[in-house]
Design a protein around this ligand. Sequence first.
Ligand code: NAD
Length: 464
Amino acid sequence: MLDEKYISKIVESVLSEMTDVNVVNEKRQLGVFDDMEEAIKAVSKAYKEFRSYTVAQREKMIQKIRAITLENAEMLAKLGVSETGMGRVSDKIIKHQLVAEKTPGTEDIKPAAWTGDRGLTLIEMAPFGIIGSITPSTNPSETVICNSMGMIAAGNAVVFNPHPGAKKTSNAAVDLVNRAILEAGGPENLVVSVKNPTMKTSDIMVKSPLVKMLVATGGPGVVKMLLSSGKKAIGAGEGNPPVIVDETADIKKAGADIVAGASFDNNLPCIAEKECFVISKVADELISSMVENGAYLIKGSDIDKLIKIALVEKDGKLVINKKMVGKDARLFLKELGIEADPRLIICETDFNHPFVQTELMMPILPIVRVKDIDEAIECGVKAEAGRRHSAHIHSKNIDNLTRFAREVETTIFVKNAPSYAGIGAGGEGYTTFTIAGPTGEGLTAAHSFTRQRRCVMVDGLHII
Ligand code: NAD
């Protein structure tokens, strides 16, 4: 007798392969070129054509990109996990839904005007032109889609140099975005990329006189490189977000929220809680709540063993073991000889522990007991280390909430919720996957990809 479950598993796997082949088949990918110079030539032609399009036409393209992203959320999520070996399919589906539904479109572009005795002056938000964008391996398709929507809404064209380790996923997104644009009556190759991105293709893109603005989403290396390019650049860099829990917080909820945020997509998001400072009095209760909500507590020598799994030595320093970034918690536990499948591993450490000081991007959360809010804030600020990225707190004390926000000076600051509320998941506000701390644009959207132009009419068009 044939086992029904077995057959449906085979059918499912064949169907999923067919979907991947249809979309990822490199020969048929729209906007994906063998050569960076060719890609830039093609996008330049598309941009010239796009200049004559109306804002309403741009909006139509954005709507189509929203729809195609929702239709392909699962395919892109699966492809991202299988290509990079990082993250969780179910969470990546949510990220795609978020990007499709909450990334701003053309409504984000707002003009300004002055009228008075001497006439009318207008400020309009013009496109920059062709934007060169470098994307990370941690959100490979989400960043391509989010950047494309914001950049196109603002009237630009885009050339991507995706992370080499996530090129298939990023290029599948480039292909889908182009399909949506064509369906909406837009030009061919408004969004382009290269099949095999390298440092060399990145260099060609950065130096091309046709590329007028640069955007980097990634670690400190790429942000530094773009900022020294001599062009207008937006840098969205690394984070190491602390979360504080004080004695006034709803501790049960804080435990649940922190597990949800720190385990989301296996802690890949740059905004995710990466170390926790809790006031001693409520530490046991917080840890119990975390365990009740899907965390696994390890102690003693297991913590020391975990250091050797999560980190490696490089030039006398401990750095992340790239092979373990974004892996499921169960794989770390397996190495420790523990059979369990939690969403998150938690452990108590001191402030100087490498788990606190390093942006791990793994489902491991170190918890440090502190005596009071002064020590919590001091530790939180030091762990964030001036990156100005994200920080979070659970408290009902307005003074504590305000003080930490003032002292840590991050771009995103979430109070009494999981970190992802900061990008619009379960919180107010729009979504972005490019959070520009170093260059100060904050949560980027269409308005970030514009240049102001002033138009002055003297002694006329002032009608009152
Ligand atoms: P990464 O820095 O390794 O790579 C990012 C991109 O930069 C890739 O396309 C890579 O090929 C390229 N790159 C790296 N160094 C370069 C150089 N010197 N010249 C040219 N290109 C270079 O990052 P990753 O591992 O893919 O992503 C994780 C990092 O990105 C984390 O530090 C995370 O915090 C950060 N991140 C930040 C944001 C944000 O919005 N601020 C969003 C996602 C990820």
